[in-house]
Design a protein around this ligand. Structure first.
Ligand SMILES: C[S@@+](CC[C@H](N)C(=O)[O-])C[C@H]1O[C@@H](n2cnc3c(N)ncnc32)[C@H](O)[C@@H]1O
Length: 264
């Protein structure tokens, strides 16, 4: 039968997709690789249908391969007779343990059918949580900033694994970035924090990301004209016609490129 790789989203149970919820409800066993993903999964399926997998906290690749072989063997046994699900926080194909499982199954249990249900990833959820708009025409890079690293280069970066925010911050500011941090965004477990002050993040927490942007990276938008035309009360008083504005035309063509077509 089938193994469903189900993305649970960032951590709040109601950010699981409808399709993901259905896959969890229909699976004979729902495997979870960790405590947090387990706590989200149990909002949708009874504890009795959760299968825990044991992964050693090690960077020893031999030990990791042995653990994944064991996990894949157990999951393959379930998936041979019924449906199984393997859950991950965020999206299964973004910086996820699911990749190890997929590769191990392909090598040792190629008979298992696989279907992936995408989830809301921290790569996109950060924008809403931090009040950031990634506008059409903007580029955005994903990097890791483990152990105080400060990658630089792109105009805008989402940084995962910010485990030493003060050290990462120093490097990013030195390179000219404005930086905002998000901890435990859209998570039920632990406290959500959004800040641009790294001293508030002294305590290490793996579920911390950063958004770094060069101040001059903003891409002008057609609708900026509304803000420029607004009076002190924030209202546009001239009922302006912006249709002939070249920026309006540019935004229309950009939105068409994004599959977000303007009906005109
Ligand atoms: C190994 S990656 C997993 C990404 C996940 N598969 C996804 O698509 O969101 C883990 C990193 O993602 C970031 N992250 C994941 N969920 C988060 C959340 N709810 N709030 C803040 N950061 C989060 C953190 O930087 C963390 O170190």
């Amino acid at each position: 039968m089938t193994l469903y790789g189900v993305g649970l989203g960032p951590g709040q149970a109601d950010l699981v997709t409808v399709r993901g919820k259905r896959a969890l409800e229909d699976a004979d066993v729902v495997y979870s690789p960790g405590r947090l993903s387990r706590s989200v999964a149990t909002e949708h399926v009874p504890e009795a249908r959760i299968g825990d997998l044991d992964f050693p906290m090690t960077r020893d690749e031999e030990k990791l391969r042995a653990a994944w072989k064991e996990a894949a063997a157990e999951i393959a046994t379930t998936a041979r007779e019924g449906d199984a699900a393997f859950v991950t926080l965020g999206d299964p194909n973004v910086y996820s343990t699911f990749g190890h499982l997929r590769r191990t199954l392909a090598a040792f249990h190629p008979e298992v059918d696989l279907e992936v249900v995408p989830g809301v990833s921290a790569v996109t959820a950060f924008a809403t949580a931090l009040g950031v708009e990634v506008t059409a025409g903007a580029s955005l890079a994903l990097r890791e900033a483990d152990a105080g690293q400060s990658p630089t280069g792109p105009d805008r970066m989402v940084l995962f694994k910010v485990t030493d925010a003060p050290a990462t911050h120093a490097g990013l500011v030195e390179a000219g970035y404005d930086v905002t941090y998000g901890r435990r965004l859209f998570m039920e477990q632990g406290e959500t924090l959004v800040t641009d002050d790294p001293s508030e993040l002294d305590e290490r927490d793996y579920y911390t990301l950063a958004y770094a942007e060069r101040p001059d990276a903003r891409v002008e938008q057609a609708t900026d004209a509304f803000l420029e035309a607004s009076d002190e009360s924030g209202l546009v008083s001239d009922g302006g016609d912006y249709a002939s504005d070249p920026l309006v035309r540019q935004e229309r063509s950009e939105s068409a490129l994004c599959g977000d077509e303007v009906d005109r």
